[in-house]
Design a protein around this ligand. Structure first.
Ligand SMILES: NC(=O)c1ccc[n+]([C@@H]2O[C@H](COP(=O)([O-])OP(=O)(O)OC[C@H]3O[C@@H](n4cnc5c(N)ncnc54)[C@H](OP(=O)(O)O)[C@@H]3O)[C@@H](O)[C@H]2O)c1
Length: 324
């Protein structure tokens, strides 16, 4: 029985390198996906309040703890949603997550986005009556929220980190508090290598968790698993295209969290294969002249009218991330 490789965080905590993603895993799907994953040796689950499925994840956890796995042998990541950024909301929202999951602590808690929403308007922000926009809360800065994360009791959260943060955002947290996030969870696949951000994180011992490692989870968008070079390498190695893409992330030292609700895929995605330098470079080449970031909230419906990554389309946004 192989539980897979582990990455050691700056806190010395071991984080299993492959985890199960759960975004867009529908009710009735996510409970069985989590149970199947844990029964097939996954020890790391990637969760979030805004996926609106943590209750079901909690139901699955009840089925596997302690019969299949002890709580301390699982690594649970969850994320503070945008509506919880005000410092007095941070622990309250964490408590809600713990309650949904039915556990006493998280292994890792991330600020999901460097963007705050007005609390009390619903998690996914119903459309603004006139502008069809999310209700941004321009009051708490990311530094204020980070200070509240730092103040969370260790008994409830073992490690803290961020998600969708740029170099500028992370530098601001570090210079204001001296506390370096353990992890930055970012969109990361061959079409979005983000070499500069990755180098910055490596220099500061911030581990990268790669989300959307298979390209994305969106209907109608091209899947990296369909790219001919990925399929050719998979065939040559007797692997699946998804295994090749996961191995690409592992080659770069990432923690990788593929999402699936299908048993066969959940099982095969966990089986790590290794890429040679030549195969790694061939997969990387698909990103050349084909830079693509799929996840830009300015393009969401309802739109988040804020520039997060400084992508060309975001330059039309009215607001910037409030740093301090
Ligand atoms: N921090 C953030 O802001 C953020 C944003 C996005 C995602 N995430 C996290 O990262 C996780 C993964 O990212 P993601 O869900 O966007 O995308 P992903 O894992 O790259 O791709 C998921 C899609 O690939 C399909 N798939 C899974 N295994 C496959 C296989 N072996 N062969 C072919 N297709 C396969 C899935 O369908 P089936 O389920 O039908 O197999 C689903 O449509 C999320 O679930 C979430 O936990 C975080």
């Amino acid at each position: 029985m192989s539980l897979g490789k582990v990455i050691t965080l700056s806190s010395k905590a071991p984080m299993p390198q492959i985890g199960l993603g759960t975004w867009l895993s529908k009710p009735k799907e996510v409970e069985s996906a989590v149970e199947i994953a844990v029964r097939n040796n996954y020890r790391h689950l990637d969760l979030a309040m805004c996926y609106e499925n943590q209750d079901e994840v909690g139901a699955a956890l009840k089925k596997v703890i302690p019969s299949v796995v002890k709580r301390e042998d699982l690594f649970l990541t969850s994320k503070l949603w945008n509506t919880g950024h005000r410092p007095d909301q941070v622990e309250r929202e964490l408590d809600e997550t713990l309650n949904q999951l039915g556990v006493d602590y998280l292994d890792l808690y991330l600020i999901h986005w460097p963007v705050a929403f007005v609390p009390g308007k619903g998690t996914l922000q119903p459309k603004h009556p006139s502008k069809e926009e999310a209700y941004l809360d321009l009051e708490p800065s990311i530094v204020e929220t980070w200070k509240a994360m730092i103040a969370l009791p260790k008994s409830k959260v073992r490690n803290i980190g961020v998600s969708n943060f740029t170099i500028e955002h992370i530098k601001a947290l570090i210079s204001a508090t001296g506390v370096v996030p353990t992890v930055n969870q970012i969109e990361a696949h061959p079409l979005l290598p983000q070499d500069e951000l990755v180098a910055f994180c490596n220099e500061n011992d911030i581990k990268i968790t790669a989300y959307s490692p298979l390209g994305n989870n969106l209907v109608g968008k091209p899947k990296l698993t369909d790219y001919p070079v990925v399929q050719e390498i998979a065939q040559k190695l007797g692997a699946t295209p998804a295994q090749v893409l996961i191995a690409w992330g592992v080659y770069r030292g990432y923690i990788v969290i593929p999402k699936s609700v299908q048993e066969e895929r959940i099982i095969s995605n966990f089986k790590q294969i290794e890429l040679s330098k030549e195969d790694y470079e061939a997969v990387s080449a698909v990103g050349k002249d084909n830079y693509t970031r799929f996840n830009i909230p300015y393009t969401y419906k309802p739109k988040w009218d804020i520039n997060i990554f400084d992508e060309p389309i975001e330059k039309q946004a009215t607001n910037k991330v409030k740093i301090n």
